[in-house]
Structures are given as structure tokens and as C-alpha cells.
Design a protein around this ligand. Structure first.
Ligand code: CA
Length: 169
């Protein structure tokens, strides 16, 4: 099957349009254990649920049940995305988000705030602090597609940047 697809591509190469490249990247990323998602959540059940859903999509999940654990994990490796709970046992997720966005080492890591609180003003606060999105706690089937969209948007941005840096013909 693979050989057939490759053969077809060789005979008739598709135009390298952005949607094509983006779709290619999406396919590559969604199934890739290279994409590491740091999930900061102290509720064991929720963490297990989200972890299972993300791993099912092919992502690698690093769990962090506290703010201190999140900081420790960030010193070990840079994740591709962080899912951040607001109500953590040791810190407020909004303060953690603010410190992530102040630090040049971590400011470009996309953060989705996953909160069990009433959205209200929290949503505005975390978006102003630099979160990519604010998602109310619920089934992972809501959060997972948002994660995929954000990762896709970022790879599109990177592709555009790469294209702009190419020497003009
Ligand atoms: Ca919590």
C-alpha cells in the first residue's frame, strides 16, 4: 500500500500548497510519539482520562500533578504544548502561566488552560496572559481536537516562516 502511494506521488506530484503541507504535517504530528504534551492536573482521574485520550491519538504525555512538578519537567525537556489546570495544590495555574510567559525559555510553548471554574473573567485573564486557549473541564473529546488545531496552527506558522526565509528565485 505504501509503495503504491509513493508510486502515485512520483507519477503525479501534488502541488505544494499550504493546505497540502499542513495536512501532511497534521498526519505526521497526530500519530507521532515525538509530540510531547505536558499535562498539569492534580485530579488523578481527570489526568488518567486525558492521558488515555491523548495517547490514543498518538501523543506522548508527561503528567505533572503540581506546579512544582511542572517546573521540574520543564527543566528536563521542552514540551510541544502544555495543558494547565488552574486549581493546583501548590500554585495558582494563572500565576504559573504568567511566569511561563515571562521566561524566554518557555514563552513560546503553547498553553491551553483547562479549568473547572466558571469561565467568566478567567477566560479573558488567561488569554491576556498569553494562553492559546481556555477550555472548560469536560470530556477529553472537546479538548483533544483543540490541541490538534493549535499544534496544526503552529506548524503552519513554522512552515510559513520557513518559506519566507527561503531565498527568492
Ligand atoms: Ca485541580
Amino acid at each position: 500500500m505504501k509503495g503504491h502511494v509513493v508510486g502515485w506521488l512520483c507519477r503525479c506530484p501534488p502541488p505544494l500548497t499550504m493546505p497540502f503541507i499542513a495536512a501532511t504535517m497534521k498526519r505526521a504530528m497526530a500519530g507521532s510519539a515525538e509530540t510531547n504534551i505536558l499535562v498539569v492536573e492534580d485530579n488523578e482521574k481527570l489526568l488518567a482520562l486525558l492521558r488515555r485520550a491523548l495517547e490514543h491519538e498518538g501523543y506522548r504525555v508527561t503528567p505533572a500533578p503540581s506546579g512544582a512538578e511542572m517546573m521540574k519537567q520543564l527543566r528536563l525537556a521542552t514540551p510541544d504544548l502544555i495543558v494547565l489546570d488552574v486549581g493546583l495544590p501548590d500554585m495558582d495555574g494563572r500565576d504559573l502561566l504568567a511566569s511561563l510567559k515571562k521566561d524566554p525559555q518557555t514563552l513560546s510553548i503553547p498553553v491551553i488552560v483547562w479549568s473547572g471554574r466558571e469561565p467568566g473573567s478567567d477566560r479573558r485573564i488567561v488569554l491576556d496572559l498569553g494562553a492559546e486557549d481556555y477550555v472548560e473541564k469536560g470530556p477529553p473529546s472537546v479538548l483533544v481536537p483543540k490541541i490538534e488545531r493549535i499544534l496544526l496552527r503552529i506548524s503552519e506558522r513554522e512552515l510559513l516562516k520557513a518559506r519566507e526565509s527561503l531565498p527568492k528565485a
